[in-house]
Design a protein around this ligand. Structure first.
Ligand SMILES: NC(=O)c1ccc[n+]([C@@H]2O[C@H](COP(=O)([O-])OP(=O)(O)OC[C@H]3O[C@@H](n4cnc5c(N)ncnc54)[C@H](O)[C@@H]3O)[C@@H](O)[C@H]2O)c1
Length: 303
């Protein structure tokens, strides 16, 4: 099969592109290497992959002849109030609208990577897909706008599209703005870690290979929206304690005010994806943290 993976130089997109390639699929990666974090890390992620420099928000898109588009490109991060909002509009809303438009025209199925941030302060935990979305951050609002655009293209132009709401992914190559990467690099280098909020905020952490498995399964079947979340919910304080045990080191924590737009809790109800696509998260939080620590400590040692 021949697929496009947008955001293929990013954290999850590069793992997905590798997984598809290693099972024998042909992958065309599309990424414009934004400077949200060091593009050199994206160059590293993209090594060995066919990643073309395409800005989805303005370049011509041609998906004809492909068997599907995995649309993972976007502007992540909840620090999305203020002047940066225009980047969220461009890289999430405009870029996705152009992907959906081209995919509908070319008759190609899309798997779209949305986010648990669309739930915001959810009414129920674990949160099922039909919960009323109440995003707290402009980021979550743009991802919800993308979901609504996808639904409109499905209704009005028969776009074949499935939406996945990823719950905090972690593992090797996790983005440098995300907490686990900042923790493991601080533990490795003996530097300070800034903890935002009281550390009791909790997440349905999901190991990256489980996210990739769900994403590939969704290209093969299903419709509508599915949560993709790990089986274990844990607080930041719990994760820090686990990583201190795994590394045998103490983390130097600086407590900082909570970030506006950050959710207190995310927890996925995954009944739907389990029943309809047969997906199960396979990597435990403990094993995933061990792998991420090994990855980070090797990197720190090599520097
Ligand atoms: N990492 C998570 O825990 C998580 C959770 C929920 C949802 N998501 C979603 O999953 C997707 C991947 O997240 P990630 O953590 O791998 O992020 P990432 O920033 O590592 O990857 C996104 C990639 O998209 C590219 N990109 C951005 N705008 C583009 C444009 N206009 N044209 C082409 N490429 C563009 C970036 O250069 C980057 O390489 C994102 O859509 C994100 O919103 C991630």
């Amino acid at each position: 099969m021949r697929y496009a993976v947008t955001g293929a130089a990013g954290f999850i997109g590069s793992h997905l592109a590798e997984a598809l390639t290693s099972r024998g699929d042909e992958v065309v990666g599309l990424d414009c290497f934004t400077d949200y974090y060091d593009p050199a890390l994206k160059e590293e992620n993209a090594r060995g992959l066919d990643v073309r420099r395409v800005d989805l928000a303005e370049d011509e898109l041609d998906f004809a002849g492909l068997d599907g588009v995995f649309h993972l490109a976007g502007q992540p991060g909840v620090r999305s109030f203020g002047d940066v909002f225009s980047l969220y509009l461009r890289r999430n809303v405009l870029a996705s609208q152009r992907v959906f438009e081209a995919a509908a025209r070319d008759g190609v199925r899309v798997v779209f990577a949305s986010s648990s941030s669309t739930y915001g302060a959810a009414e129920r935990y674990p949160t099922p897909e039909d919960t009323t979305p109440q995003p707290l951050s402009p980021y979550g609002i743009t991802k919800l706008a993308c979901e609504q655009l996808a639904a409109a293209y499905v209704r009005e132009f028969a776009l074949d599209c499935v939406t996945l709401r990823y719950f905090n992914a972690f593992g090797p190559r996790q983005r440098p703005d995300m907490a686990f990467t900042r923790i493991v690099l601080a533990l490795g280098a003996g530097t300070r870690f800034d903890l935002y909020g009281d550390g009791e905020q909790s997440r349905g952490w999901t190991y990256v290979s489980d996210v990739v498995d769900a994403t590939i399964l969704a290209m093969g079947g299903g419709s509508g929206t599915y949560n993709v979340g790990g089986a274990i919910e844990a607080s930041m304080n719990d994760v820090i304690a686990r990583l201190e045990t795994i590394s045998g080191r103490r983390l130097d924590v600086s407590r900082e005010p909570a970030v506006p737009g950050d959710q207190r809790r995310t927890s996925a109800d995954t009944s739907r994806i389990r029943a309809e696509l047969g997906w199960e998260p396979r990597i435990s939080l403990e094993d995933g943290l061990r792998r991420q620590w090994e990855w980070a400590s090797t990197r720190v040692a090599a520097q």
